[in-house]
Design a protein around this ligand. Sequence first.
Ligand code: CUA
Length: 319
Amino acid sequence: MGPWPLDPRGPLAESISFVYWVLFACAVVVLAIVVGALTYSGIKFRDRPGRVAQQVHGSNTLEVVWTVVPTLMVISFTVLSWNRLNFINDVNSNVAMTVKVEGRQWAWGFTYPDQPMFKLPDGTLLQSGEQLDIPVGQKIKLELTAKDVIHSFWVPNLGGKKDAVPGHTTTMWIQADQPGTYKGQCFEYCGDGHADMLITVVAHPQNEYAAWARTAVADAARATAPETKAGHDAFLAGPCAGCHTVKGTTAAGKVGPELTHIASKPNIAGVLSPVNQENLTKWVHNAPSFKPGTLMPKFDGVIPDKTIDDIVQWLLTLK
Ligand code: CUA
């Protein structure tokens, strides 16, 4: 059914859709009874020539029934929701791993837990943008925050929504019962790029997860050589990451081209060739002068020259 809350693929989403279906079924029954009784009375007791309505003065039985039954229903809904909410809000028991999630305009960044399998050679932890990889059948706790405005994390097949709020940490958990790719979307309007603020959760079979982590750490290590760290950090902290994706980092922008292998490309934006230090530097300084109408703004005077040099040095390592 695709990304849809009524197609649950994990215990959290199942819990939510169970409550939904119970409430929905009861609402349908109540609606049928009310509309049925109304229609029946309207036809049976309608005004006809020569007919005089019989006067009725209340019915104790009916009044008791329509007071007691709805009261019992509302109490049951409360107990059911309470019970399910305890399960849904229990972010701390049986957690397999905790992932830090940061929403920013306009991408999601994930930092994997402080465990040896996610450690890069430089001691930092594996990060990713837009895509979160998890093992199947395990409870993953998410600690959410935001860099700029409020965002909301929502992967419908795996669970409910949770706001990511600047300066504040909120928590939720997700779990996938089958391997697969689950799509999600930022659910709080957060500006121009809101619609493109997508989430992809990939659930791997448990026995393949360690192999995935090894590959991801190797890819990420490629982008974090110590001699180009300044450029790497400047790229991720600056405006670049808002528009460009570099796999193995939190940069997951969708506005501009992906730069994961920029240093192996034949040209820059189809207009500057080859991809070398001189051309990249010229391009970052003033892209519109080479390609009028490009979305990439002029950074000459906006980003210090030294920082642009650092960024270019780092991009040249992305083979
Ligand atoms: Cu982030 Cu909408």
